[in-house]
Design a protein around this ligand. Structure first.
Ligand code: PEP
Ligand code: MG
Length: 586
């Protein structure tokens, strides 16, 4: 039995069998296959080699046309290497002789070749080492593509263990195939983590070296409530976790009754609970969990599940589905927040050095106006079907906001000219998720109908901590007084100017923060649908005066640890079941 500690990002505990999804960027562990699977590995290898050769041939001819003979030679050399039996022969032999996976054999053979080039005491040969790695990456990419097939071939749900998962990879999972996932890297509010929420499966990220230790078929416990992973647990540990799963199931069943109840405090204040969604099918879950509408629709996930830009018609159909399934309840469409860890295939080919500070969100949209306009058209058309609002992400300057609004006005005029119906009174708002927007909230409040505070990004930009980086995860603290002070200022500025304000960062769904947020003056929270019942339970157990007292107390503290402890103590009293523990320690 081996215990790993990571960052809990999606609640629940799962006990199942491991499926390791390898990644070309990590060491490929040595894994053997059954003798009847050797043929499959060889076929996988042949097709990866074939696809790599075809790709190189294409690159060679394009390089020849555009750059001439010398550039084309590089690809010809790569193609030559792939056709050389002294490289490919040993790959096949190792698969047959040692019954290892094709990817492991590829990595070994390329490693040997690189070593050989390096050992030749000639600079022109040692320079070839980079070519070897480049070629290895190409072949592995085609082999790693096989991972999806492995997932599809699963006959029962597995626990996916992977070094890293992109949000779009995670989006391809279904609860029928993946019962939980764990990644070696990642942070609390990475979008891959958010995907796990959306699918309602337990997940832990930043688990260190789990990929190297876990083997396909190993028994594993993934505790998405505490961020603990137990590899090959003993029977007692399994039983203990099964009992916990059952207690949690009973707790959730008891919360289910709250779905039809009002989210009203004991002193009679109504709190609007909304859901965050990534796909239209989740809109139904929001209602089922007792939400009053969608406070944040992360529309960019439509982009992430396909290679090409979705057409206006495709987008309209998708948005219309969300609006229709809400049956007259409100929905806030956030325009594409692409970039950072949610990149298009175009961005993936040409990665930025600092993507979270780069061409992201509204900046990307403003530099890709035809794409932006297409999305606005689709959202506006959907607004004719039910109450919709539109919201721009990552606004940092008034100019940016004004320009985005100008594009929106222009698109509205086009639709009007064409006689296409849409809601002319549609409210326009912005995410407050950059320090600049938070500090200048009063100025922004004059130009929008509503604010939605995005603490996931606000925390990372205020504290200079990458939200996806497990190495600095302990510094990613929404309880930091600097963050809380900004949130408070934004709420105050909005209220003073009569602008609606809500919060949609992950802390909106974290019961430890609910009393503080109410005490700071928020009356609308938007969280992942699964969090709504717990939030309702807290809201129905507290009064605003107590929350305000807590907010004042917390406001006088200058340490994020003291704040976190204070909030946890208060929440534990109200909803102790959310803090149920198990004996396997961190
Ligand atoms: C946020 O930044 O808090 C937010 C809700 O947006 P996202 O997590 O999609 O960046
Ligand atoms: Mg954000």
């Amino acid at each position: 039995m081996e215990i790993f500690k990571g960052i809990p990002v999606s609640a629940g505990v799962a006990i199942g069998r491991v499926l390791v999804l390898d990644d070309a960027r990590v060491r490929i562990p040595r894994r053997t296959v059954d003798s009847n699977e050797v043929k499959g590995e060889l076929t996988k290898l042949e097709s990866a080699l074939e696809m790599s050769r075809a790709e190189l041939l294409d690159l060679e001819s394009r390089a020849h046309q555009r750059l001439g003979d010398d550039a084309a030679q590089i690809f010809a050399f790569h193609r030559g290497m792939l056709g050389d039996p002294s490289l490919t022969g040993p790959i096949r032999e190792r698969i047959e002789r040692e019954r290892v996976t094709a990817e492991f054999s590829v990595v070994q053979a390329f490693g040997d070749l690189a070593e050989w080039f390096r050992s030749l005491d000639d600079p022109s040969f040692s320079a070839k080492v980079d070519d070897v790695w480049d070629l290895e990456r190409r072949v592995l990419r085609h082999l790693i593509g096989e991972q999806k097939t492995r997932l599809a071939r699963l006959t029962e749900p597995a626990v996916v263990v992977s070094h890293e998962l992109t949000p779009s990879e995670a989006a391809s999972f279904t609860p029928e195939t993946v019962m939980a996932f764990v990644t070696d890297v990642g942070g609390r509010t990475s979008h891959t983590a958010i995907m796990a929420h959306a699918m309602g499966i337990p997940a832990v990220v930043g688990a260190g070296r789990l990929t190297a230790a876990a083997q396909d078929g190993d028994l594993i416990i993934v505790d998405g409530d505490r961020g603990v992973i137990v590899l090959n647990p003993d029977e007692e540990t399994v039983q203990e976790h099964r009992a916990y799963i059952e207690r949690q199931r009973l707790f959730r069943t008891s919360l289910a009754d709250l779905a039809s109840e009002e989210a009203t405090t004991t002193c009679g204040e109504h709190i609007t609970l909304m859901g965050n969604i990534e796909f239209p099918r989740e809109a139904a879950a929001v209602i089922e969990m007792g939400g009053e509408g969608v406070g944040l629709y992360r529309t960019e996930f439509l982009f992430l599940t396909k290679d090409d830009e979705p057409t206006e018609e495709e987008q309209f159909e998708t948005y219309a589905e969300a609006v229709r399934s809400l049956g007259g309840r409100p929905i806030t469409f956030r325009t594409f927040d692409l970039g950072a860890d949610k990149y298009t295939s175009k961005q993936a080919k040409d990665p930025e050095r600092n993507p979270f500070l780069g061409l992201r969100s509204i900046r990307y949209c403003m530099q890709n106006l035809p794409m932006f306009r297409t999305q606005l058209r689709a959202i506006l058309r959907a607004s004719a079907l039910g109450p919709a609002r539109i919201m721009f992400p990552l606004i940092t300057t008034l100019t940016e906001l004004r320009q985005a609004r100008m594009v929106l006005r222009d698109v509205m005029e086009d639709l009007e000219d064409e006689g296409v119906p849409f809601d002319r009174g549609l409210k326009v708002g912005m995410m407050v998720e950059s320090p600049a927007a938070a500090v200048m909230a009063s100025a922004f409040a004059r130009e929008v109908d509503f604010f939605s505070i995005g603490t996931n990004d606000l925390v990372q930009y205020v504290l200079a901590v990458d939200r996806t980086n497990e190495h600095v995860a302990s510094l990613y603290t929404p309880s930091h007084p600097a963050v809380l002070r900004l949130v408070k200022d934004v709420i105050r500025a909005a209220r003073r100017q009569g602008v609606e304000v809500s919060i949609c960062g992950e802390i909106a769904g974290d019961v430890e923060y609910t009393m503080l947020l109410l005490g700071m003056g928020l009356r609308t929270l938007s969280a992942s649908p699964g969090a709504i019942p717990q939030l309702k339970r807290v809201i129905r157990s507290v009064d605003i005066e107590t929350c305000e007292r807590l907010a004042r107390k917390v406001g006088s503290l200058d340490s994020e640890r003291l704040v976190a402890a204070q909030l946890r103590d208060a929440a534990r009293k109200v909803i102790p079941e959310a803090f149920d523990g198990r004996s396997v320690e961190d």
